[in-house]
Design a binder for this molecule. Structure first.
Ligand code: NAD
Length: 229
């Protein structure tokens, strides 16, 4: 069975009503990244950081998977499928995708501040001051902040290096090291980039660009790949 690797960014969830990073008028224009999404922000004012992610979690809980998320698990019929996402929402899982690797963490989970192995599901939308891990430390959102290591990157590179078909969806390819992932596809891999504002990544000349929204383009591409296999 051929292996399809689907690599997604904030754009795949845009039609579910979750703001992308760089949308004008979007959520990130109201905050400075360094105030809410860095280790320094946590040290300076962890209640502001908790509140910021509580609001994001509320938004994710209200959102539903869209046609793009829902079409990806159909690929399982004829392919081995891995999803690698930069997103912190759980819309791929709720759409039925298995094998989802989150490069930047998961908003519906919390993590100990003294032992990164201690990860918990968050019930509902709120993570509060005083919520503690079993070793007694304050819990933080299970998110990879700007300036932190991306622990899942090595696994993502290994998966990408075995791709026969790579589908990149809704990412500006500007957040590193995740953006580098496309440079690890093997030479024989068919690579597609679906994004209404797609720019050709410098290191991938053979990439097929589909300048369209994920909700239209992903179901159409999935249908084509299944028909041709
Ligand atoms: P980005 O905001 O930098 O880029 C989003 C891309 O999506 C843009 O290129 C835009 O043209 C495209 N896009 C917008 N609407 C689209 C649609 N309907 N269909 C297809 N593409 C569409 O996002 P990024 O590259 O993922 O990097 C931002 C970082 O912020 C990521 O690391 C991610 O962790 C985080 N983030 C996550 C979420 C989420 O979990 N849903 C939301 C915002 C930001």
């Amino acid at each position: 069975m051929k292996r399809v690797v689907v690599f997604t960014g904030a754009g795949v969830s845009a039609e579910s009503g979750i703001s992308t990073f760089r949308d004008s008028g979007g959520l990130w224009e109201q905050y400075k990244i360094e105030d809410v999404a860095t280790p320094q922000a946590w040290l300076a004012d962890f209640e502001l950081v908790l509140d910021f992610y509580n609001q994001r979690r509320k938004q994710v809980l209200l959102a539903q998977p869209n046609a793009a998320h829902l079409s990806i698990p159909l690929l399982h019929e004829k392919f081995e499928v891995n999803v690698i996402t930069q997103n912190i929402d759980d819309l791929h899982e709720r759409a039925g995708s298995e094998n989802v690797l989150h490069l930047h963490g998961e908003i519906r989970k919390s993590r100990s501040t003294i032992d990164p192995q201690l990860i918990y599901n968050i019930d509902g939308w709120e993570l509060k001051k005083g919520d503690r891990c079993e070793k007694g430390s304050q819990l933080r959102p299970h998110i990879v902040w700007f300036g932190e290591m991306v622990p899942a990157m090595d696994e993502a590179i290994q998966i990408t290096a075995k791709a026969d078909i790579m589908i990149v969806i809704g990412t500006s390819l500007e957040v590193y090291p995740a953006a580098n992932l496309v440079s690890y596809v093997p030479d024989y891999c068919e690579t597609y980039l679906i994004d209404p504002n797609a720019k050709i990544p410098a290191h991938s000349s053979g990439i097929r660009i589909i300048n369209d929204k994920a909700g239209n383009a992903v179901p159409a591409l999935v249908k084509k790949l299944l028909e041709n296999e």
